[in-house]
Design a protein around this ligand. Structure first.
Ligand code: F0G
Length: 367
C-alpha cells in the first residue's frame, strides 16, 4: 500500500488532535479531485474549480469528519453512536461505525431523505428511525439522547467532526499552491463552513495558537473570502431568525436552525464574505449545468454553491479573473431523480428502439 492515499488522519496527522489517532477508523476518505470547470469560468468571468466531495467513500464530505469522530469514539472505547441527519451524515456514520464494530443509531426526518442515502444507512446496518419532525427536531432529540444514554453524538456539534472536515481546506491549498480568492459552498447545519474557515486559517498561520500544528510554518499566504449559500425556503442565517418549517427540494440542506450558526457568521464576517439564499429553480439550473456542461454529477443541495456564484455573476458581483473554488458536497447518485426531470418538471424518458443498427442509427440521426 506504499502509494495509496491513507485517509485524512494519516495524511494530516501533524495538524489533527492526538486523540483521533489512537485508534484510526478509516475508509480512505479525502484526497478528492479539484477539477477546473471552464464552463463555469466562462459563465462567471472567474477561474472556477470544483472540489468534488462526492468522490469520498460514502459519496459526501461527511466522511472527513466521520473518520475523526468515529476514531475518537473508538479510542475511548465507545460502543454506540447516534446522529440526526438529512441523509449524508447517517450514511457516513453507518459506514464508519460498522467498520469500527459499533452500533449506529440515526434519526432522520420522515419522508425527507433521498433514497440513495436511506439505502446506504440501511445497507451498513444502522438502526434507522424516521422521526415525525424535521432535521432540527431530530438534532434536539439526538443531543438529549446522547446526554442521557451511553451513546456518543457524531453530528457536527462534535468538535472532532470539524477537525476532520477542515482537511478539505488543506487539500485545496495543497492543490493550488495557495488559498483561492473565494471559497463557495452550501450551508445547512453550518458545520462545513465552520470547518473550512478553521482549516484555511490554520494553513495561513492564523489559527488558535493551541491548535495541533500551530507550531508548523504557514502553508498559504492568505485566507479566502467565504461565500455560503442556503436554499431560499431554508435560509435562517439570511433571514436572521430560525425557520420553523424549512422547505426546499435540496433535502440535504433543509434545515431551519443551524447548530453552528454563530460560527458561520464568524466565517462570513472575518473573511469579508456573504451568506445568501438561492431558489430551488437556481439550484436545479446549477445542478443541470454541472452535470451537462462540467461533467460533474452532484445532488441538488451540493449545487447550491454553484447556483450562488452564478447568481452573483448575474448581479456583477464576481470579481473578474478571481480564482474561485466551489466545494460540491455530495454525489448525484444519492438523489438521482432530478436528472430524469426537465427544468419545468416534466419526466425525461429515454427513446426506445429495436436492436438493429439501422433503427439505432436513425434514432441517433447519424444517417
Ligand atoms: N451538502 C450536502 C450534500 C449535505 O449533506 C449537507 C449537510 C450540506 C451540504 C451542508 O453542510 O450542514 O455542514 O452546513 N448534511 C447534513 C446531514 C445536515 O445530515 O447529512 P453543513
Amino acid at each position: 500500500m506504499a502509494h495509496q492515499w491513507r485517509g485524512i488522519i494519516a495524511e494530516y496527522a501533524d495538524r489533527l488532535p492526538a486523540h483521533v489517532q489512537e485508534r484510526i477508523v478509516t475508509l480512505g476518505e479525502g484526497g478528492t479531485p479539484l477539477v477546473e470547470a471552464p464552463a463555469l469560468s466562462a459563465r462567471t468571468g472567474a477561474q472556477v474549480f470544483l472540489k468534488v466531495e462526492g468522490m469520498n467513500p460514502t459519496a459526501s464530505f461527511k466522511d472527513r469528519g466521520m473518520t475523526a469522530a468515529i476514531s475518537s469514539a473508538a479510542g475511548r472505547g465507545a460502543k454506540a453512536v447516534v446522529c440526526a441527519s438529512t441523509g449524508n451524515t447517517s450514511a457516513s456514520a453507518a459506514a464508519y461505525a460498522t467498520k469500527a464494530g459499533m452500533v449506529c443509531a440515526v434519526l432522520v426526518p420522515d419522508g425527507k431523505i433521498a433514497m440513495g442515502k436511506l439505502s446506504q444507512a440501511i445497507a451498513h446496518g444502522a438502526k434507522l428511525l424516521q422521526v415525525d419532525g424535521n432535521f432540527d427536531d431530530c438534532l434536539v432529540a439526538a443531543r438529549k439522547l446522547a446526554e442521557a444514554y451511553p451513546v456518543e453524538l457524531v453530528n457536527s456539534v462534535n468538535p472532532d467532526r470539524i477537525e476532520g472536515q477542515k482537511t478539505g481546506a488543506f487539500e485545496i491549498v495543497d492543490a493550488l499552491g495557495d488559498a483561492p480568492d473565494i471559497h463557495a459552498l452550501p450551508v445547512g447545519n453550518a458545520g462545513n463552513i465552520t470547518a473550512y474557515w478553521k482549516g484555511f486559517r490554520e494553513y495561513a498561520g492564523l489559527g488558535d495558537p493551541d491548535a495541533p500544528g500551530a507550531h508548523l510554518p504557514a502553508v498559504s499566504t492568505r485566507t479566502p473570502i467565504m461565500w455560503g449559500f442556503q436554499a431560499a425556503g431554508a435560509a435562517p442565517i439570511v433571514a436572521g431568525h430560525p425557520i420553523t418549517h424549512p422547505e426546499t427540494i435540496a433535502t440535504a440542506i433543509r434545515i431551519g436552525n443551524p447548530a453552528s450558526w454563530a460560527q458561520a457568521e464568524a466565517a462570513r464576517d472575518e473573511s469579508g464574505g456573504v451568506i445568501e439564499a438561492v431558489t430551488d429553480e437556481q439550484i436545479l439550473a446549477a445542478h443541470r449545468i454541472l452535470s451537462a456542461e462540467a461533467g460533474v454529477f452532484v445532488e441538488p443541495g451540493s449545487a447550491a454553491g454553484v447556483a450562488g456564484i452564478l447568481s452573483r455573476a448575474e448581479r456583477g458581483l464576481v470579481p473578474a479573473g478571481a480564482r474561485i473554488v466551489v466545494t460540491v458536497t455530495g454525489h448525484g447518485l444519492k438523489d438521482p431523480q432530478w436528472a430524469l426531470k426537465t427544468l419545468d418538471g416534466a419526466d425525461v424518458t429515454p427513446i426506445r428502439v429495436s436492436a438493429d443498427v439501422v433503427s439505432i442509427a436513425d434514432a441517433l440521426q447519424l444517417g
